[in-house]
Design a protein around this ligand. Sequence first.
Ligand code: RIB
Ligand code: CA
Length: 322
Amino acid sequence: MPEVPTQDRRPTPIVLDCDPGHDDAIALLLAVASRAIELRAVTTTFGNCSVGDATRNALRILTLAGATSVPVAKGASGSLAGTSELGNYVHGTSGLDGPELPEPAFAATDLTAVELIEQVLTVSAEPVTLVATGPITNVATVLQRGAVDLSKIGEIIFMGGSADRGNHTPTAEFNTYADPEALAVVLGCGLPVKMVGLNLTHQALATPKVVARMREMNHHVGRVAAEWMGFFGSSYRAIWEFDAPPVHDPCTVAALIRPELIQWRKCFVAVETAGEWTRGTTVVDLYDRYHRPANAEVAMTLDADAYWDLVLDAVDALGQAR
Ligand code: RIB
Ligand code: CA
């Protein structure tokens, strides 16, 4: 497996629960490439596309990355409330439109995502970090079932919500809008929770310079990543008038590899589940106006240059190893 230089410390064991999705795909590449991460399993959820498409995309991305021994399990097809809001309008019909990808070289397990997460937690000798980059339904279900010792969850870090505006609605970010009840379970679980919202990820823009660096790697993985950014960027330009797409999901994995890249703020966070116009909105109490105990660390500022160096090193390491 390629080596991406990181500080010398034991790798962080994670399960990456995702809805690939162009930015989830980059998060998967980063998790596979980094020596600071031990990718114990990948689980999928509805979100950017159906969970069936998300699962096929995850298998194809891991095949592209040469990580065909990572167990993959299919998860929630809808939210705790029984809805299934999809983001194909951003990610295309397949959920990962753009470049051709290899057919999966392996199959998903017969376990469900919840069963696989529980299995990983049960057999692990040390706490495992749950990383969620889609609607957080699978993680919430593990918490609600309580079928395993939840102290085996070291922390939960999720991409979702926002300390300022939304995207899917004017106030709500997509992952949280898709399953606000699930995020409420996570915010109330009492475990260490880190929130990486749009206020942070909008600092992680795949500018033309970043995309050029992907192309200049002069290998297949770099070209695929650049073409993903091309498709993702066309959606962001058309829908939200962004000059460059914010690559949200790898910010969670990068925070585990190099914690110093992000400045955090401990505060109380709530999620609206009943608002007629505001369902799915995260209420981030930065100035303790509600005088409630902090239940999350909220990502506030990103060292974007160092973030992209980390992500691009990972993409390059994988490309050179293929
Ligand atoms: O709002 C952005 C989030 O929704 C990202 O995780 C993206 O992949 C979609 O899941
Ligand atoms: Ca995602």
